[in-house]
Design a binder for this molecule. Structure first.
Ligand code: SIN
Length: 481
């Protein structure tokens, strides 16, 4: 099914078409669904100019007006859920029910930051002199840029433009070239609710490194927010050094999912399915390593296997489908490589492990491996697919050490009814997000982000807006007369 609408680029508040276009594919059918202008450095430079020109007036817009724009955009987004979800399923592959959930999640960031826009407070600090007062004020950092991934084509954009606009920053968004349509739909919404021209641009093209280079080299772009792989994050951090840009990075993960013998096993299994299979496992917070206590290994494996086996794989637009295609052939190859590597090193395939069925589309079935050890790729590399690897453990101390034995530190999950243990693990697991009896902790009001090589900075929550604000202080003299 092709999308009949036209999708030009959104540059400085204008819709700009270009002769050179590229194909956007549906990963479920491999069909071309749209042809989108292929932006190059020239279009990116225009977007930066437009943002620079719009910045001062936007920074001076009253908070209530910025809040109004954000909440009107959220309302439109919710009203258009069906259309936006369908576009997302067609360009990204996730099942329609999940796409609807992502639209609600995306709108919730706009709603949250509409409120936060009104709460950009400063401080007054006692001074050492009776003649002085010290005032702290916060101002927008200026022109900002977002580089967003394909796996959450709407929410990863609103999680960045929400706080940027709330703070009074302009933003240039470079979405993944694989999922441009959701991004351009978001631009339409902001245009309709009266966002001033130049505050938002959406630039997409098949040479992402060239586009990003324009942003990184321009000293007027004061901040970059990136969601994607750790390797690209490291590169961007080096590039940001030249102009001393502020950065926030939400990078890769390799989440452990730990089940203790005192856990509610049925609950743990349901959350395991959620934490593993949301978005076909293509999430940075996806659970990868399932550490299951040896006393419950057999029963947990059986229950988890039967839930994974029951999941229906297919085109996400169809009724009853809970596992869509992966994003592209290279994603399937990576998953296949991880599974083959594990099996070659002695892992046992309990569910899945082989592509079946569909002639077209980048499908891979839910797969469960046991007898996994730390030497296998699944145990230390991000698989980014529907593969769950089970590893047994016997003591709390041992599993904490194993869970932390990675350079990643984004999300970790653990299931236990022992309150003391919950606090011990919360202290000792080296992760930014901890799901204690919760396989789905993401929400707009909580600080999302990682430690170690999983990133810098936080998105969402009261902390998210701080990433877009500079602190200044005014030392005010001449008080006494
Ligand atoms: C991600 O894993 O990239 C984002 C997922 C989320 O926001 O929950």
């Amino acid at each position: 099914m092709a999308i009949s609408e036209n999708y030009p680029l959104f540059i400085g508040g204008n819709w700009i078409d270009k002769q050179e276009k590229y194909d956007v594919l549906n990963p479920a059918t491999e069909e071309v669904i749209a042809r989108v202008p292929n932006a190059g450095p020239e279009e990116m430079k225009q977007a930066v100019e437009a943002a620079v020109n719009a910045q001062a007036a936007w920074a001076d817009t009253v908070a209530s007006e910025r809040a109004r724009i954000l909440s009107d955009a959220a309302r439109l987004m919710r009203e258009r859920t069906e259309k936006l979800a369908e576009i997302m399923t067609i360009e990204e592959g996730k099942p329609l029910a999940e796409a609807r959930g992502e639209i609600a999640y995306a709108a919730s960031f706009l709603e949250w930051f509409a409120e936060e826009a009104k709460r950009i407070y400063g401080d007054t600090i006692p001074s050492n002199s009776r003649d002085k007062r010290i005032l702290v004020i916060k101002r927008p950092v200026g022109v900002t840029a977002a580089i967003t991934p394909w796996n959450f084509p709407a929410a990863m954009i609103t999680r960045k433009i929400g706080p940027a606009f709330a703070a009074g920053c302009t933003m240039i968004v470079k979405p993944s070239e694989l999922t441009p349509l959701s991004a351009l739909e978001i631009a339409r919404i902001f245009e309709e609710v009266g966002l001033p021209k130049g505050v938002l641009s959406i630039i997409v093209g098949t040479e992402p490194a060239e586009l990003t280079r324009v942003l990184m080299d321009d000293v007027r772009v004061r901040k970059i927010s990136f969601t994607g792989s750790t390797s690209v994050g490291k590169l961007l951090m080096k590039q940001a050094a030249d102009t001393m840009k502020r950065v926030s990075f939400e990078l890769g993960g390799h989440a452990p999912f730990i089940v203790f013998p005192d856990a509610d096993l049925d609950e743990a299994v349901s959350h395991a399915v959620l934490a593993k299979m949301r978005g076909m496992g293509e999430a940075c917070v996806a659970a990868n390593r399932f550490y299951v206590h040896e006393e419950i290994l057999e029963v947990f494996t059986e229950k988890f296997a039967s839930r994974l086996e029951a999941m229906k794989v297919g085109n996400g637009l169809e009724e009853g489908i809970s596992v869509g295609p992966l994003i592209e052939p290279s994603a399937v190859r990576k998953v296949e490589d991880h599974v083959q590597d594990a099996v070659a090193k002695g892992a046992k395939l309990v569910v899945g492990g082989e592509r079946t069925g569909q002639e077209k589309g980048y499908y891979y079935p839910p797969t469960l491996l046991t007898n996994v050890n730390e030497e296998m790729k699944v145990a230390h590399e991000e698989t980014f697919g529907p593969v769950a690897a089970i590893l047994p453990f016997s003591t709390e101390e041992e599993v904490i050490q194993k869970a932390n034995n990675t350079n990643y530190g984004l999300a970790a999950y653990f299931f236990t009814r022992d309150v003391g243990r919950i606090f011990r693990l919360a202290d000792q697991l080296e992760y930014g997000i901890l799901g204690a009896n919760d396989g789905m902790p993401s929400t707009a009001q909580a600080p999302f982000g990682g430690i170690k090589e999983s990133g810098l900075g936080r998105e969402g929550s009261k902390y998210g807006i701080e990433e877009y604000l500079d602190i200044k202080y005014v030392s005010l003299g001449g008080i006494t007369n």
